[in-house]
Design a protein around this ligand. Sequence first.
Ligand SMILES: [Zn+2]
Length: 239
Amino acid sequence: MRAIIIRGMMPIAATHDVEPFRPRRAQRLLFLCALGVLCVYRLFLVALAAQSLPPAYPRAGATKLFENDEIQVWNIAWLKGQPSPLHRHIYDLVGVYYEPGDRMIIAVDGSKRPVSTKAGDVVFQRKGVTHIEEGTSDAPLRSVFVEMKTDGPFGKVTAPPPGATAFSGKTMPALDNERVTVWDLTEASARPARHYHPQDAVVAWIDGSGAHARFIARGTIHDDEGIGAATRVTVFELK
Ligand SMILES: [Zn+2]
């Protein structure tokens, strides 16, 4: 492009200078526009499909341990050869795996991701995940999951009674974020003496008869979590 330069000023395009038509540039712009429209349309379709998908639970292999206004707690096995339907996780969730195992996670676009999980691993997942899951090990992966029914922290805290000690494990938490603190109390040495619970909590434990979970209302004062002999004990403090 030609330009007239005036001292001390920015270049000014000459008035008679007409930009030549560039077919390749026009084609490229058209292509990019079409691509953009296609992407938006695809996102729209995915969003539309997500609205009509079933939630993650209930499903085959999952049984509800209990439910209240704030949470629902599931005992889950990823059964071999029994893929879940395409589903959407509509709640934030936290959980602990208590039997190791393998599964295949299949994304919306069909891509597959094999995952091996150890017993004792803790999971936290934000709502909105959409996928298919299928167990792939003969002995299924098993977990207790706590689904949180509100989008943000519950924000319910009860002030301590005079002289009371707030609940805390004696080791570092297994996980701590804005929604939940997870304590592994499997070792008796990790368990606190008499304490009160400033926040609602869930204790999940595994014994010879399987997985169990109990709600501990904020304000509760007790000597222990009321569990007999257990091979795994996990406390989820709901913030
Ligand atoms: Zn307690």
